[in-house]
Design a protein around this ligand. Structure first.
Ligand code: PBG
Length: 342
């Protein structure tokens, strides 16, 4: 046994060491902690991503995303009504397209009556007060699961941009308030802006997935929209390398110059350094997407009793606010909104 020798007479006291600055004073009681709290999570910060499926009165569970469902348009409308009542400002829609409607160019994105556009019209008619953000990317529509037109193993940039700019106009015509291109092709923001303006949609905004990383955290999403079995290879020739941060600055600079109204970082939690850097550099409306894999991790650990799921959910979302996010796309949106309201 080691004997502890008291050195009280020779060492400084804690008061001397801290110069009497004791940070625990303001942590001592709930009232004090609430008073000095710097960041708050509000319902106004939430964007709810929803999955769509063809058909009527249909709901399908997604195995790796407990609590998240694919919804037919009529069901989606009802859920969005509920979201609006809870005060959620906006929803983002993602379709699961039937295999028979896919081809190697993703042509069905140009169908004015495709699942995304049908859902937008139905939602805006029933719940005009909620913002509808539509993803404009080819991956739900292509047989190979890529976000671009694939020819001889190469994703064609300019041809893809032309197609998604046309698709953006159709989405705007269906009533989308915000167009959110998630494909990372060069020049897409400028092309979409020009196409929207040329067709009288000056008021439709663009939220750019400015910094989207080639991440492993998208796994459950690809199951949700049915592209995981289809995807050939990876997306490294168009998404950003997770090792990079200067590249995020250049991407964002470019997207803002081309006319993006809002920027987004994706995935979320592993990339909060990027959020902070972009917010400090550009001071524009900045969002992050807490993606499917992040949601799955929290849900899985909670289901095993390894973490407190509700506390982890709230802490993770607050972390986005602390990093500088103006809002968060999260599959937890409804759960959090109910919690914050209640
Ligand atoms: C692709 C797209 C992805 C997500 C939304 N749109 C990534 C991908 O499949 O490569 C991911 C969303 C999530 O994981 O929650 N345009």
């Amino acid at each position: 046994m080691n004997k502890i020798v008291s050195t009280k007479t020779t060492l400084r006291t804690v008061d001397e060491i801290t110069s009497s600055r004791r940070l625990r004073r303001m942590r001592k009681a709930d009232w004090a902690r609430r008073l000095v709290q710097e960041n708050h999570l509000r319902v106004d910060d939430l964007i709810w991503p929803i999955f769509l499926v063809e058909g009527e009165n249909r709901e399908e569970a997604i195995e790796a995303m407990p609590g998240v469902k694919r919804l037919s348009v009529d069901r989606a409308v009802r859920e969005v009504e509920r979201a609006a009542k809870l005060g959620i400002p906006a929803v983002a829609t993602f379709p699961k397209i039937e295999l028979g409607k896919k081809d190697d160019r993703g042509s069905a994105i140009l169908d004015a009556d495709n699942l995304i556009n049908k859902a937008t019209r139905a939602i805006k008619q029933a719940v005009p007060e909620i913002g509808v953000i539509t993803d404009v990317a080819l991956d739900p529509f292509t047989t190979h699961g890529h976000d671009g037109i694939l020819v001889d193993g190469v994703i064609l940039n300019d041809e893809t941009v032309e197609q998604i700019a046309d698709a953006a106009v159709l989405q705007a015509a269906a009533g989308a308030d915000v167009i959110a291109p998630s494909d990372m092709m060069d020049g897409r923001i400028g092309a979409i802006r020009e196409a929207l303006d040329a067709n009288g949609f000056q008021e439709v905004a663009i939220m750019s997935y400015a910094t989207k990383f080639a991440s492993a955290f998208y796994g459950p999403y690809r199951d949700a929209i049915g592209t995981s079995g289809l995807l050939k290879g990876d997306k490294k020739t168009y998404y950003i390398d997770p090792a990079n941060t200067d590249e995020a600055i250049r991407e964002t600079e470019q997207d803002l110059a081309e006319g993006a109204d809002m920027i987004m970082v994706k995935p979320g939690l592993p990339y909060l350094d990027i959020v902070r850097r972009l917010k400090d550099t550009f001071a524009v409306p900045t969002f992050a997407y807490q993606v499917s894999g992040e949601y799955a991790m929290i849900k899985a650990a909670a289901a095993n009793g390894w973490i407190d799921g509700e506390k982890a959910m709230l802490e993770s979302l607050l972390a986005f606010k602390r990093a500088g996010c103006d809002g968060i796309l999260t599959y937890f949106a409804m759960e959090v909104a109910e919690r914050l309201r209640g």
